[in-house]
Design a protein around this ligand. Structure first.
Ligand code: NAD
Length: 301
């Protein structure tokens, strides 16, 4: 029997993810309040519903890919204006939230779901828009192991790797740990390249040396922040595409907040959060986060 999926959030990530489920033969219907997101998804061949009610009809699995915690809480728990989905779904419905949100928020919604007999997993992703399109995302999952076994065939239509990190919220914590490390590593790589360049070194030669030395990382080898060092890096095309500075800023804010909740010590995460905030204030919020180099490079505007 075909699995019936209701997919909420057809943005940069959700649109291609829903399309991969549709192509895999699942009965998917999408919904998004943004008319632009709906028409892009429809144009790509995805069945799109006109209302949240319509998208829910008979759904066995509900997936959400929304911007932030408040959108996820509003969708599932509701607010003064509208009831949340949890009140409308029949018991046994499986809920997968793939958005990157606060771990505490993921736990709150999952607890409310459990109280209604609904299994819910946090399943944030890594891999970006390219991974969403290619169906090669990594899913970083928190929640019940039995629910994950039900979710696995669905997740496998959209991704390549699935990591079960622990109970509800653990997927979000793990995702934030990865992105905090990434944000710090990118900023310090930019700082190192700017230091070398200020001494007259060629950033490309410096990067090539670092890429096979102990300072190597994804930031030196794949997404090098210095324009022209790597052909395929966002830096070389004016920092277009890639992972937006403001999404990194959001994730670092969530990481710092998650740290405060348990008394963790995150000095570099906090410093990096401020660097990406400065980069955003300088007008580069929509550019790839490797544009943080422009804050540190001598002679930059
Ligand atoms: P996006 O803004 O492109 O898409 C989000 C969509 O959700 C929008 O189209 C919005 O209209 C829709 N939406 C809001 N409320 C809704 C509701 N109640 N019902 C249905 N749809 C609703 O964002 P995105 O880039 O697709 O990112 C989504 C999530 O994935 C974010 O949490 C982000 O941090 C995370 N993420 C993004 C990337 C990336 O590279 N873009 C990578 C990994 C993780």
């Amino acid at each position: 029997e075909t699995t019936r999926v209701a997919f909420f959030g057809l943005g940069h990530m959700g649109g291609p993810m829903a399309l991969n489920l549709h192509r895999a033969g699942l009965a998917v219907r999408g919904f998004d309040p943004s008319e632009a997101a709906c028409s892009a998804a429809r144009g790509a061949g995805l069945p799109v519903a006109a209302s949240a009610e319509e998208v829910l009809a008979d759904a066995q699995v509900v997936i959400s890919m929304l911007p932030a915690s408040r959108h996820v809480e509003r969708l599932y728990l509701g607010d003064d204006d509208a009831p949340g989905l949890l009140n409308r779904l029949p018991p046994g419905t499986l809920i997968l939230d793939c958005s990157t949100i606060a771990p505490a928020s993921a736990q709150r919604v999952a607890q409310a779901a459990a109280a209604r007999g609904l299994a819910m997993l946090d399943a944030p992703v890594s891999g970006g828009v390219a991974g969403a399109q290619a169906g090669t995302l990594t899913f970083i999952v928190g929640g019940d192991a039995a629910a994950l076994e039900r979710a696995r065939p669905v997740l496998q239509c959209m991704g390549k790797h699935i990591f079960h990190m622990g109970r509800n919220g653990a997927g979000q914590v793990a995702k934030l740990c990865n992105n905090m490390a990434l944000g710090v590593i990118m900023a310090v790589t930019a700082e190192a390249l700017a230091l070398g360049a200020a001494h007259g070194l060629d950033p490309k030669a410096l990067s090539q040396m670092m890429a096979v030395s102990t300072g190597r990382s994804w930031a030196t080898e794949v997404c090098n922040p210095w324009p022209g060092v790597l052909e395929a890096a966002p830096a070389t095309r004016g920092y277009q595409g890639g992972f937006a500075n403001d999404l990194m800023l959001k994730d670092l804010g969530l990481a710092v907040e998650a740290g405060l909740n348990v008394g963790a010590i995150t000095p570099l995460g906090e410093l990096a959060r401020n660097l990406y905030a400065l980069n955003s204030a300088a007008g580069r919020g929509g550019l790839d986060f490797s544009s943080v180099l422009q804050l540190l490079r001598r002679g930059s505007p």
